[in-house]
Design a protein around this ligand. Structure first.
Ligand SMILES: [Zn+2]
Length: 435
């Protein structure tokens, strides 16, 4: 039996989700009443003291509520590989080396089991939209994991949206015909596929980057890059991307993940790059956990730098910034749980983010920032009622104590324990599960 409340009374929604005219109680936004019907949001209104609870309504008494979560950057193909590896050299390039060795032993069953486990963890956390990269070293053909991820995207389509990015090292785009052939293969592999690339000062080739975007344009693909994931101030992948998009009049959408080098560059140069990014259809994704682990990493030496990109300066310029998990329990990162709130918790301390619930939780919820088009806030009338209700967190300490949560999908509880005090016995009834 699944619980399906028709009213969430006295919910505390984040400020970024509320209209400007929303009333306030002191310094806090007024609590909200969310009416749900047939698995969808019927209305979101300021709570009135005169309004009553109802049969099958929950009185949340100020519990925090968020829309379904987005995890914009993960690596399902690599997840959970760490326990079977020997010593891994520190830093990004050491992790890549270890991964190349492990990858030789992958089978479809192995990738399916690990990626499926990752999806289950994300599902339990309340993720409704997940984007994964897939290592792609083959100039011809496609990697074994790519078709497994396509199959999983199909199998999970009724529970979450899974997008796949071909993570292709930049040198494979050096030849224009190869670039076009790679894009054609990605485009043929069905919906939810994006063209990707690993752009780093160790493989820097501006002509190859141009080929990548030309190929994406030709095959109507959006692009998602690992770019400038380093603290080398000379790295110029992001700045070149912004310029190329303008030059090519690129009409798709581009995500640039990491962009750590901005934090190591001369302030004026870094801000000039962000000014150019703000004029382009670019969303930045920051990955605090792996950046803290992999940047400025040397055995036996405490890191001095944080490796986090300029998230505040980006938001100040209106650039969409998402926070995501990246690697989980693989040579790049021994920890992680496919819970985007864990990434936000790392970001709060690493980047000194203020108002994590009222401002920065937006970076976990805006799936519209992963495509080109008009901004569309979640939780609008008629939207599917995908919600997280936090049973122990408050707006001041968030995301601390955010692990206990109740997840609703299509208005029905799919994970978490509903506190007894939300549903007075006389007002609660169980709704039958859909077949
Ligand atoms: Zn990554």
């Amino acid at each position: 039996m699944a619980l399906a409340p028709i009213l969430l009374r006295r919910a505390r929604l984040p400020r970024w989700l509320l209209p400007h005219a929303w009333p306030a109680t002191g310094s806090q936004p007024a609590l909200a009443d969310l009416h749900l019907a047939e698995g969808r949001v019927q209305s979101v209104q300021p709570h009135l003291p005169t309004s009553k609870n109802t049969t099958n309504g929950w009185d949340l008494n100020g519990a925090l509520v968020l829309p379904g979560l987005v995890d914009a950057h993960t690596h399902l193909d690599k997840a959970f590989t760490l326990p079977r590896m020997d010593t891994v050299q520190p830093g990004l390039l050491g992790a890549i080396e270890a991964m190349m060795v492990d990858r030789r032993g992958w089978t479809e069953a192995d990738v399916h089991e690990r990626a499926g486990r990752a999806l289950q963890w994300a599902f339990d956390a309340g993720v409704t939209h997940l984007r994964t990269h897939c290592d792609w070293w083959e100039p011809e053909g496609q990697p074994l994991a790519w078709s497994v991820l396509r199959e999983l995207a199909h199998d999970w389509a009724d529970r979450l949206t899974l997008e796949r990015v071909s993570l292709i090292p930049l040198h494979l785009y050096a030849d224009r015909d190869t670039a076009l052939a790679l894009a054609a293969t990605v485009a043929r592999s069905g919906p939810g596929a994006l063209l990707g690339g690993f752009v780093h000062s160790t493989n820097w080739d501006p002509q190859a980057l141009r080929h990548l975007f030309e190929a994406a344009q030709r095959h109507v693909l959006n692009v998602d890059l690992h770019v400038d994931e380093e603290l080398n101030p000379a790295a110029c992948g992001l700045a070149t991307t912004a310029a190329l998009l303008q030059d090519l009049r690129f009409d798709g959408h581009v995500v640039c993940g990491h962009t750590c080098a901005l934090a190591a560059q001369d302030e004026a140069n870094a801000l000039a790059t962000l000014d150019a990014v703000a004029q382009a259809p670019i969303t930045l994704v920051t990955l605090p956990i792996t950046n803290l682990l992999l940047q400025d990493a040397t055995t036996g030496r405490t890191p001095r730098q944080r490796g986090i990109t300029l998230v505040k300066e980006a938001r100040e310029r209106g650039i969409p910034v998402l926070v995501a998990s990246d690697n989980v329990q693989d040579p790049f990162c021994p920890v992680g749980s496919f819970d985007p709130l864990e990434a936000l918790a790392a970001g709060v301390t690493a980047a000194q983010l203020d108002a994590p619930f009222d401002r920065w939780s937006e970076s976990l919820c805006r799936s519209d920032w992963l495509r080109r088009g008009p901004a569309t806030l979640p939780l609008q009338r008629g939207d599917t009622a995908d919600l997280l209700v936090f049973t122990a967190a408050d707006a001041w300490g968030f995301p601390s104590r955010s692990q206990p949560r109740v997840v609703l999908r299509g208005g029905r509880v799919t994970s978490g324990l509903v506190p007894a005090q939300w549903k007075p016995e006389s007002l609660t009834q169980e709704a039958p599960c859909l077949p």
